[in-house]
Design a protein around this ligand. Structure first.
Ligand code: FAD
Length: 471
C-alpha cells in the first residue's frame, strides 16, 4: 500500500512525487512512457511567477495580486478564479524552489512577454533548452529519490482503471505494463497527473470542436486522465474556453502536421506589408493591431480557423521576409516548389483558385485594401500600409489556427480534489496539470507560463499536504 500513487511523471506529477517522498511518504510514480518528463520534453517551458527571489535581486517589485490581476486582464476574466489564484499564490515559492534545485533562467530574464499577450510586469522566465531545462532539474531529483528507495518508479505502466470501495472512495489504480500484464496498486491518495488530450486527434476534435492538426504535443497526451476521472464519477468542464493560436505554417492540413517555420505576425517585431484573408477572401483583422490576443480571438470566428497571408511581387522583393529566418531566396524557392501551404499565380483569381480562397472575396479584399492605401482610410483602421497590392504575380501562405493544449478538463475543487457534477468530492482522488484543462488557469487566451508553473505548483502543493501514514 502506497501513501500516494502518482499517475504520470511530467510537469505536475514530478513535483507531487518529489515533495511527498521528501516528507517520508511511500510514493509510487507510474508513467505510460519509457521515460519521465512528459510534455517538458517538447514544451517551450516558459513559466510565470511573481514575487520571486530573482525579481527582488533585479529590483522588480511584483506580487501575486498583481499577477492575478494581469491574468484576469489577459484572459478577459475567463479563468477559474479559485484555481488561478491558487496558482499565482504558489508560483513564486515553486519557482524559487526550482532555482534552488539548479534551474537556470536565461540571463536577461524575467521578461514581460514573448509570443503571448505581454504582462504588465517582468515575471516570465524560461531556460536555454526550454522545457528540457525544467525536466533536467526535476527528473534527476526523482532518480536520486528512487536510488534511495524513497520513490518507486514504474515506467511503461499505463494506468487503465481506478479502484474504488463500496462507498465510491478511491483505493488505488490498475496499470498495464509493456508485456500487457495488469498490476493492481493500492494507494491512500491517487493523483492524476497524466496530462491533456492534445495528441489524440479524435478526442481533440470531439472536445474542441475543430480538428487536431499539430503533431507538437507530447505523444502520451491522449486524455487518459479525463477518462479515468469520468469512470469514477468525475466530469469535464471548460468547453467555453476552447482556444486557438494565431496560426502556424504547417507542412500539411491534416494531423500529424509539423511546423515548417515560424511566421512573424507580431507587428511589434515586423510591420505587416501583407493582408490576411479567410477562406471567403475577407480580411478579418487590422493586420498591424498590437494585440496577439485580438488576432487570436478574431481567427476563432473564421472558417476552419484558417487564413492566408496575401501579397504581391513588390512585397516579396522589398519587404523583410515574413517567414522567420528565411531569406528572399528561401521564400522564392518555397513558392516554386508549390507546397500545400504556398500558392502563387500571375493574377488574383488564379491565386484564389489555387489556394482555396473565394475569388470574388479576395478580389474585393485587395481592392478595399488598396483603396485604404490610396486614401489613407483603411476599413479596419490599419496604420501601416506601405504599398498597394497590385503588381503580380501574387502570393498566398496558408496559416492554420490550432492549440498545443487541451482547454477542457476534469473538474476539481479548490483543494484539487476531483468532484462530481453535484459538487461532492470523490474521496482520495486528485487531479493536477493540463488534465484540469488549459482554460482553468489561462482562460480563453494564452497567458504566458500559466500552464507549466501551475502544473508544478499544484504538484508541489499536493506533495506537501497529502496524508502520509506514520511509520
Ligand atoms: C509544444 C508545447 C509547448 C508548450 N509551451 C508551454 C510554455 O511555454 N509555457 C507553459 O506554461 N505551458 C506550455 N505548454 C503546456 C505545458 O507544457 C503543459 O500543459 C504541461 O507541461 C503539462 O503538464 P502535465 O503534468 O499536466 O502533463 P505532462 O507533462 O504531459 O505529463 C503527463 C505524464 O503522464 C503520462 N501518462 C499519460 N497517460 C498515462 C497513463 N494512462 N498512465 C500513466 N501515465 C500516463 C505521460 O507519459 C506523461 O509523462 C506547452 C505544450 C506544448 C505541447
Amino acid at each position: 500500500m502506497w501513501d500516494v500513487v502518482v499517475v504520470g511523471g511530467g510537469s505536475s506529477g514530478l513535483p507531487a512525487a518529489i515533495f511527498a517522498a521528501e516528507r517520508g511518504g511511500r510514493v509510487l510514480l507510474l508513467d505510460h512512457a519509457a521515460q519521465l518528463g512528459g510534455t517538458l520534453w517538447v514544451a517551450t517551458g516558459q513559466m510565470s511567477a511573481a514575487g520571486t527571489r530573482l525579481q527582488r535581486e533585479k529590483g522588480i517589485e511584483d506580487s501575486a495580486d498583481a499577477h492575478f490581476e494581469d491574468v484576469l486582464r489577459i484572459s478577459r476574466g475567463t479563468i477559474n478564479p479559485e484555481l488561478a489564484r491558487l496558482a499565482v499564490d504558489n508560483a513564486a515559492a515553486t519557482f524559487d524552489w526550482l532555482m534552488e534545485r539548479g534551474f537556470e533562467p536565461m540571463p536577461d530574464h524575467p521578461v514581460a512577454g514573448y509570443g503571448h499577450e505581454p504582462y504588465l510586469e517582468k515575471r516570465y522566465y524560461w531556460g536555454a533548452k526550454g522545457g528540457i531545462s525544467v525536466k533536467d532539474v526535476l527528473v534527476p531529483i526523482v532518480e536520486e529519490l528512487e536510488r534511495r528507495g524513497a520513490i518507486d518508479v514504474r515506467l511503461q505502466h499505463e494506468v487503465i482503471a481506478i479502484d474504488t470501495d463500496e462507498k465510491g472512495r478511491v483505493t488505488g489504480v490498475v496499470a498495464r505494463d509493456q508485456e500487457n500484464q495488469e498490476h493492481r496498486f493500492a494507494g491512500g491518495s491517487v493523483v492524476l497527473s497524466c496530462g491533456g488530450y492534445a495528441a489524440d486527434p479524435a478526442l481533440f476534435a470531439e472536445l474542441s470542436g475543430y480538428p487536431l492538426y499539430n503533431a507538437a504535443p507530447y505523444p502520451f497526451s491522449r486524455g487518459a486522465g479525463l477518462k479515468l476521472g469520468q469512470s469514477v464519477g468525475g466530469y469535464l468542464r471548460g468547453f467555453e474556453n476552447v482556444f486557438n493560436n494565431f496560426g502556424t505554417l504547417y507542412n500539411s492540413d491534416i494531423f500529424p502536421a509539423r511546423t515548417v517555420a515560424p511566421v512573424e505576425t507580431f507587428p511589434e517585431r515586423r510591420e505587416p506589408w501583407e493582408i490576411y484573408v479567410n477562406a471567403e477572401g475577407n480580411r478579418f483583422i487590422r493586420e498591424d493591431i498590437r494585440s496577439v490576443d485580438a488576432r487570436e480571438m478574431a481567427l476563432m470566428d473564421q472558417p476552419d480557423r484558417r487564413y492566408w497571408i496575401v501579397f504581391d511581387q513588390y512585397v516579396l522583393d522589398h519587404a523583410p521576409p515574413i517567414v522567420v529566418g528565411w531569406t528572399r531566396e528561401d521564400m522564392v524557392k518555397a513558392f516554386a516548389e508549390d507546397g500545400p501551404a504556398f500558392s502563387s499565380a500571375p493574377d488574383l483569381a488564379t491565386l484564389a483558385e489555387r489556394a482555396g480562397i473565394d475569388a470574388n472575396g479576395l478580389s474585393r479584399a485587395v481592392a478595399g485594401y488598396n483603396y485604404g492605401v490610396l486614401t489613407g482610410n483603411d476599413f479596419f483602421g490599419r496604420i501601416h500600409r506601405p504599398v498597394a497590392l497590385e503588381s503580380g504575380p501574387f502570393y498566398a501562405i496558408r496559416m492554420q489556427g490550432s492549440s498545443i493544449s487541451g482547454a477542457v478538463g476534469l473538474a476539481v475543487d479548490d483543494a484539487l480534489r476531483v468532484i462530481r457534477k453535484d459538487g461532492s468530492v470523490i474521496e482520495n482522488l486528485y487531479a493536477i496539470g493540463e488534465l484540469l484543462g488549459s482554460g482553468q488557469t489561462m482562460g480563453k487566451a494564452a497567458c504566458g507560463g500559466m500552464m507549466v508553473t501551475p502544473a508544478m505548483s499544484f504538484g508541489r502543493l499536493l506533495g506537501r499536504t497529502l496524508p502520509i501514514a506514520a511509520r
